[in-house]
Structure formats: C-alpha cells, structure tokens
Design a protein around this ligand. Structure first.
Ligand SMILES: [Zn+2]
Length: 291
C-alpha cells in the first residue's frame, strides 16, 4: 500500500460521493485484517487507534506504527495512519515520531478559546513534520447520554466552525451533529443534516463523523452526499470490536488478556473483523472499488 495524506483520501471521497472508513484496530493484531479487507475491496482506508486504546490494550504508538509499517507493503491500495482522540500533546508527538501521518487533538471538552490554542499549537508542530491534524468542535457524547435533554447544546455551531478553522489551520474537523460513540441500543439516532449543511457552507476542509457504528447505512449516506460535500471520514470502532468478541464467544469487553487466547480462535475472530470491514466498504461508506 501507499501511505497518503488523509486529506488526499478525503477530498477524493468528497468529490466521488463516498466516505472513507477510519477503522479502530484496537491493537496491533487487527491491523492486518483491516488492510486485507481494504485491499480485497480495492478501497481507500484509514487505520486508527486512540490514546485511550493505547492505555486499555497496553500498546504504544511506536508498537502500533511499527506493526503497521511492517505489513502495509504486502497489500494494494491507499492508506493513512491516524491517531484518534488524544488530549495529550506528548502522546501526539510520540505518534508523529513513530510515523503516524495524521493526528487528532481533542480539546473539545475545553472552552472554545482553549480548544483554539491547543489545536493551533498541535497544528504548528505537526505541519512542520508534514503531518495533518484533526480537531473536534462541539462534543460527541457516548450513547448512554444520547437521550438527554441537552444534547443540542453540544452540537457544533456552524459560525464557530468557520472561526475555528480559520484560526487554527486544522486539516480535518470532527463535527457533533447527533451521533455518539458506541452502539445505539434503543432507537436510531437523528443526524442533524441541516446543521451539517450549514457547517459545510462555512468551512471547506474535510469533515469527520465520529460514532459510525450501528448507524443505518441510509443515514450515513445522507450525511456523506449532502450538497457541497458532507462528511468524508467515518469512524468505526464498536462494530469491529463486537464482531471480534462475538467470534470469540466473549461476553466481556475487549481487554488486553484476550490477545493471549488460542491463536486459531484469534485468527478466526480477525477474519470476522475483516468481513465487517468489507461490509462497511461495500454497503456503508461505499468506498469499495474507489482506488
Ligand atoms: Zn470519536
């Protein structure tokens, strides 16, 4: 595979009316199955992992990147290596040193001014090293909070998005328009397409949808194909984890002990993850065949 700039993948996608899946590999083991699925489906792909996942699954940025660079040459296609949600600039610097070519600074829990300042600092550091930066404006909650009354107040404000992008020079922007992390147990979430359209009118850079797992394909398609270009990077984590755990007949959440299980069972579980990756490319973001 060829390591390419994430904005190159995303601008092509925006023009082509499809999305690019950003798949959380959770650990070094699953990287291979994500790449294999992309190669088989001739799809652009983003491999990612977050700072929390480094902690939960006891892997470092360097170990993750080393594994990625060890195997990515075996497959056909275009790929970007992205660091998902990270609040700590030191972890971002370690990931850049390790070879990640895109990083997310998540200061969305801070005030607008603090978010601008921290994002700008990250952009300056990353751009000097030819690495791109994603930031988040508005707050994307977890699914247990999706029914709360004050969700609306966490949504991205279009005029703020314009100011934020101008002041920070950020390359891609995660927007809060109704999705949440995790799966949606009760009912399908609404996506605020009108808000997305208004954000698009204010900013030209690629937009990122977090919380892609469990969304109905027709919902994500609407968010991708909105006039002027909607979201183009679609984060998918939970659906992969569930496929992996189901295959292992594991009731618990994924944890670092799972990697010590029987290798044959792990391989089968990796293949189950690959099947989900392929299904997302074909039916969800519709990136299959778009190389
Ligand atoms: Zn996220």
């Amino acid at each position: 595979m060829e390591l390419v700039k994430i904005t190159e993948l995303l601008k092509d996608a925006e023009k082509g009316g499809y999305g690019v899946g950003a798949f959380s590999a959770r650990n070094t083991f699953l990287i291979e199955y994500v790449l294999r699925g992309a190669s088989k489906r001739k799809s652009p792909v983003i491999v990612q992992i977050s700072a929390n996942e480094f902690n939960w699954f006891q892997v470092t940025a360097k170990e993750f990147a080393d594994r990625f660079f060890e195997i990515y040459g075996k497959y056909e296609g275009k790929v970007a290596l992205h660091l998902d949600h990270t609040r700590d600039l030191e972890i971002i610097k370690a990931a850049i040193d390790a070879g990640f070519n895109s990083v997310m600074i998540d200061a969305s829990q801070k005030s607008f001014e603090e978010n601008v300042a921290l994002t700008k600092e990250t952009v300056l550091y990353a751009h000097e090293r030819n690495v791109e930066v994603e930031a988040e404006l508005g707050r994307i909650g977890a699914t247990d909070k999706i029914e709360t009354d004050n969700d609306e107040s966490l949504y991205t404000v279009p005029e703020e998005a314009k100011e934020f992008v101008e002041r920070t020079g950020v390359d891609t922007l995660a927007v809060s328009i109704g999705t949440a992390h995790g799966v949606y147990p009760v009912k399908n979430p609404k996506i605020d397409l009108d808000r997305l359209a208004r954000i698009r009118k204010q900013v030209a850079i690629p937009l990122v949808l977090h919380g892609g797992s469990g969304l109905p394909p027709e919902t994500v398609q609407k968010a991708i194909t909105i006039s002027g270009g909607g979201v183009s990077k679609i984060n998918i984590a939970t659906d992969l984890e569930q496929a992996f755990l189901n295959s292992l007949h594991c009731e618990r959440k994924l944890n670092s002990e799972i990697w010590q299980m029987d290798p044959a069972a792990l391989t089968k579980a990796g293949e189950a993850v690959q099947a989900v990756v392929e299904d997302k490319m074909v039916n969800f973001v519709k990136s299959a065949g778009k190389l």
